[in-house]
Design a protein around this ligand. Structure first.
Ligand SMILES: Cc1cc2nc3c(=O)[nH]c(=O)nc-3n(C[C@H](O)[C@H](O)[C@H](O)COP(=O)(O)OP(=O)(O)OC[C@H]3O[C@@H](n4cnc5c(N)ncnc54)[C@H](O)[C@@H]3O)c2cc1C
Length: 369
């Protein structure tokens, strides 16, 4: 009989893990508390498919992004599209690193780019810039894809409230499974790395189609990125997008759910002011259309770690995602731990070697089991 897997959370992680495990013959049930998939962080973010250029301070994150990017295109080719002009710019006075150091780090990571001396947005106060091939995730298409592809295994509008572990099985809201995967980005069980919760307020703008994606690195900077709709862009700012820092998920959700128009207005002026440092014509080019409110779960530390971690407590696997490109890493870690369990059961089978040979082998200090 195939093993029964419960997955909590219908974000990118839960959906991708469910899809991969079904393909391998597991019996999967995916629980999502909302009425649709990709409803929380997975449907409310900047929709970038990263290659690693955003993370000069964290090698593990760059390497996971570099590897995950091509796998994402291979597996979900239709769920992202290229960006015509994708620029990473190092500003003169506000960046934590200089342009040459930035380029050295990216070259050492083996991700392709070329130096350019202009961006069609006409940037000012820039030490240097590169152009790289990254993509934007098509969120509506992705939601439709998973909604259809996983339709037989989803339990929508179901909140998981309890998990009870036993030696040979586990109960999830009273139903029996072999394993549970917590893919809630830290909103259900105990987290596996030290994290905090950051409610976020990102801004949507309307502008002409085909404007470049521009990311200012590295440090308390900002970025303008296209969405799947050609004339809509997001503006995100490291210092101004966060609405606070909380140790408990409930506190962050309560702040997110109470955002008011004064807060939005205050964030809007701060973020526009910041963008005007390098894009002086910002207000002539972009027209504000509204906020996007979400929650990030972030590891504590200043290295900007956005790599993916998977932890285990008995029959429960917990995924701490970093970004969307790391979904493959999570799935493979879980599968290898389940495989190791099966190897351990095989180790209980006694050796069939004749006793005389066993004795000889053991007499020279080798262990057979
Ligand atoms: C503002 C912002 C910008 C970002 N920009 C990018 C970007 O450009 N590129 C990138 O790669 N990443 C980005 N990220 C990070 C990315 O969004 C996340 O890493 C990713 O979406 C997390 O996916 P997930 O499936 O782990 O979590 P989620 O998408 O949060 O999904 C978890 C799901 O679990 C469900 N759930 C929780 N508790 C329960 C329960 N008890 N029972 C049932 N269901 C439950 C929730 O309803 C939710 O649907 C950004 C994040 C934010 C907030």
């Amino acid at each position: 009989m195939s093993q029964r897997i419960a997955i909590i959370g219908g974000g990118w992680y839960g959906c991708h893990i469910a899809s991969s495990m079904i393909a391998l013959g597991f019996t999967v049930r995916l629980y999502e508390q909302n009425e649709r998939l990709l409803h929380e962080a997975s449907g409310n973010n900047q929709f970038r498919l990263h290659l690693g250029f955003h993370y000069p301070r964290h090698a593990g994150t760059r390497i996971q992004s570099r590897d995950g990017f091509s796998r994402f295109i291979e597996r979900y080719g239709d769920l992202s599209k290229p960006i015509s002009e994708n620029i990473y710019a190092v500003p003169k006075d506000t960046s934590l690193i200089d342009f040459d150091t930035y380029k050295l780090i990216m070259t050492a990571t083996g991700i392709p780019y070329r130096s350019v001396d202009r961006c069609s947005l006409g940037l000012t106060n820039i030490d240097g810039m590169i152009r790289a091939e990254e993509r934007v995730i098509l969120i509506d298409k992705a939601r439709y894809y998973f909604q259809h592809h996983l339709r037989h295994v989803i339990s929508m509008s179901v909140q998981i409230k309890s998990i009870e572990q036993f030696a040979k099985y586990i109960l999830v809201n009273g139903e029996r499974f072999d394993y549970v995967i917590d893919a809630t980005w830290g909103h259900f069980g105990r987290n596996i790395v030290s994290t905090y919760y950051e409610p976020t307020l990102l801004l949507y703008f309307e502008a002409a189609a085909g404007l470049p994606a521009v990311t200012f690195v590295d440090g308390p900077l900002y970025s303008i990125y296209p969405t799947e709709v050609e004339t809509i862009y997001t503006l995100s700012s490291v210092p101004h997008t966060p609405l606070g820092r909380f140790s408990r998920s409930e506190e962050a959700r309560s702040v997110r759910d109470r955002v008011n128009s004064e807060q939005i207005e205050a964030k809007r002026s701060l973020m526009i002011e910041q963008a005007q440092e390098n894009v002086p014509e910002f207000l002539d080019i972009y027209k504000f259309i509204g906020p996007q409110i979400s929650i990030k779960t972030k590891p504590i530390g200043n290295s900007d770690d956005r790599s993916c971690y998977v932890g285990r407590d008995g029959r429960v696997f917990t995924v701490m995602s970093g970004k969307i490109d790391t979904i493959f890493f999570a799935t493979e870690r879980i599968l290898s731990m389940i495989e190791a369990d099966q190897d351990e059961s095989a180790a209980d089978v006694p050796s069939s070697l004749p006793a005389s040979i066993r004795a000889k082998v053991e007499s020279i200090g080798l262990k057979l089991d």
